[in-house]
Design a protein around this ligand. Structure first.
Ligand code: NAI
Ligand code: MG
Length: 481
């Protein structure tokens, strides 16, 4: 196994300590042991990083190089990530607690593909010519947003860095990235690769640190033009307020409470697989997790008994074991929060069909849990648990289902299981959410947009849509007289 190195800040392609000299510990949530420590950036360091990013944006090779050359550098990041994918997968698993089978088969390939996709897109970003009235030639330029602050969470540390950096670099922005305090290690390793790939100094600066210090400094900084945030809805609201100080542009990818809907006419075996994938992937620490499992009354009992059998066979434990299907929750805080929600569910009348307790004496492992008899007004159905806890809710008919599915402040995603394609497409239009999966769940591709309705946020990441987040349009008028 690799040695886990202590981490520093990355400013202007140089690794340095925080000005305060402070460092913080990073823990392996599967063992509760310290993995290493990392320099703790705060406002002073963010300030240095923003200065470097501003310089790199306004002058220097990043500004003058062709878009195709930018694309080549981004592609080299993809190639180097691929070359080192096993080290990245292992480091992510050690730091986050997720199973190595998932880091190998989801986090790494999706991160690599994101850089590949935006490498290819870099030289295909352009404006339009517009047939205006009068004797004028009018055209638009699509210019980079400028210095971008990116604040990312701990559930997919490398992948969220890739989603943020791919489009920002492709458009010619420069970046100050703040990884989550729980999981800074793969983002820092990505910084090493970016330098090796030839990213000029100041284009990518990485400041590990805490939210209220480093994160808030990014959101408030007057010389940051745009902030992109992924995390809790609660902090999303704070970031938006802080960003108001200089009216910087904001995009937010926040929480969810997705309905995963199973009709009686679905392929039940496939739907059971989909329910499992929907809630137990990444220990349920997924913003689009299928956490409200809506079951048509006719199949409710049969479905839950099949699901229970499958859940009780899941292999939960050592995240580094390739056979493991579910690893540890990211932190003690998250572990306690999840167990607290299970208790709250019981108090409000739900029954634990299986799970409902820690899975191991050591490490932050929670048993995969099914709560039965949940109604949509209970706390467990309204708030994001962000753990391996699925809430089963029975429904009678289409109208009853639709009302309940949309009765949430969130709107990130939904799953629909039925063999009736007309019904599936009608419902896809009726559900207020940014992603709809029909007879599948948790499918991702760098080309397909992802983002929220309602309090799940705004702005779309991935695909061509993400270019909107990182560019601004300029209209140029030329007199032809
Ligand atoms: P969080 O929203 O506090 O953390 C996400 C990021 O925001 C981290 O980088 C953090 O350092 C930063 N941050 C925190 N406070 C900030 C502030 N005042 N200003 C600027 N940046 C700040 O999430 P947390 O506390 O780790 O988890 C709490 C809950 O949030 C979870 O239980 C889950 O329900 C939800 N969550 C949702 C995620 C998603 O993908 N939508 C990801 C992580 C958490
Ligand atoms: Mg927080």
């Amino acid at each position: 196994m690799q040695v886990v190195k202590p981490g520093k800040l990355l400013i202007n392609n140089e690794w340095c300590e925080a000005e305060s000299g402070k460092r913080f510990s990073v823990t392996n949530p599967a063992t509760e042991q310290k993995l290493t420590d990392v320099a703790e950036g705060d406002a002073a360091d963010v300030n240095r990083a923003v200065k470097a990013a501003r310089r790199a944006f306004e002058s220097g090779p990043w500004k003058t190089m062709s878009a195709r050359e930018r694309g080549r550098i981004i592609n080299r990041i993809a190639i180097l990530l691929d070359k080192h994918k096993e080290e990245f997968a292992e480091l992510e698993t050690l730091n986050n607690g997720k199973p190595i089978s998932e880091t190998r088969n989801a986090d790494l390939p999706l991160s690599i593909e994101t850089f590949e996709y935006y490498a290819g897109l870099a030289d295909k970003i352009h404006g339009d010519t517009i047939p205006v009235s009068g004797n004028f030639f009018n055209y638009t330029l699509r210019e980079p947003a400028g210095v971008v602050g990116q604040i990312i969470p701990w559930n997919f540390p490398l992948l969220m860095a890739a989603w943020k950096l791919g489009p920002a670099l492709a458009t010619g922005c420069t970046v100050v990235l703040k990884p989550a305090e729980q999981t800074p290690l793969t983002a820092l390793k990505l910084g090493e690769i970016a330098i090796e790939a030839g990213l000029p100094a100041g284009v990518l600066n990485i400041i590990p640190g805490y939210g209220p210090t480093a994160g808030a400094a990014i959101a408030t900084h007057p010389d940051v033009d745009k902030v992109a945030f992924t995390g809790s809805t609660e902090v999303g609201k704070i970031v938006m307020q802080l960003a108001g100080a200089n009216l910087k542009r904001v995009s937010l990818e926040l929480g969810g409470k997705a309905p995963n809907i199973v009709f009686a006419d679905s392929d039940i075996e496939a739907a059971v697989n989909g329910a499992m994938r929907g809630i137990f992937f990444n220990q349920g620490e997924v913003c689009c997790a299928g956490s409200r499992l809506f079951l048509e009354e006719k199949i409710h009992d049969e479905f839950l008994s099949k699901l229970k059998t499958r859940v009780e066979k899941m292999i939960v434990g050592n995240p580094l074991d390739p056979k493991t299907q579910m690893g540890a929750q990211v932190s003690e805080e998250q572990f306690k929060k999840i167990l607290g929600y299970i208790d709250q569910g019981k108090k409000e009348g739900a029954t634990v069909l299986t799970g409902g307790a820690p899975a191991q004496p050591k490490g932050y492992f929670v048993k995969p849990t099914i709560l039965e008899g949940v109604n949509n007004n209970m706390t467990v159905a309204r708030e994001e648990i962000f753990g391996p806890v699925v809430c089963a809710i029975a429904f009678k008919n289409h109208d009853d289902l639709c009302r309940q599915a949309n009765d949430t402040v969130y709107g990130l995603s939904a799953g629909i299981w039925t063999r009736d394609i007309g019904k599936a497409h009608r419902l896809a239009k009726e559900i207020k959410a940014g992603t709809i999966w029909i007879n599948c769940y948790n499918c991702f591709d760098a080309a397909s947009p992802f983002g929220g309705f309602k309090q799940s946020g705004f702005g779309r990441e991935l695909g061509k849509y993400a270019l909107e987040l990182y560019t601004q349009v300029k209209s140029v008028w030329v007199s032809l007289d």
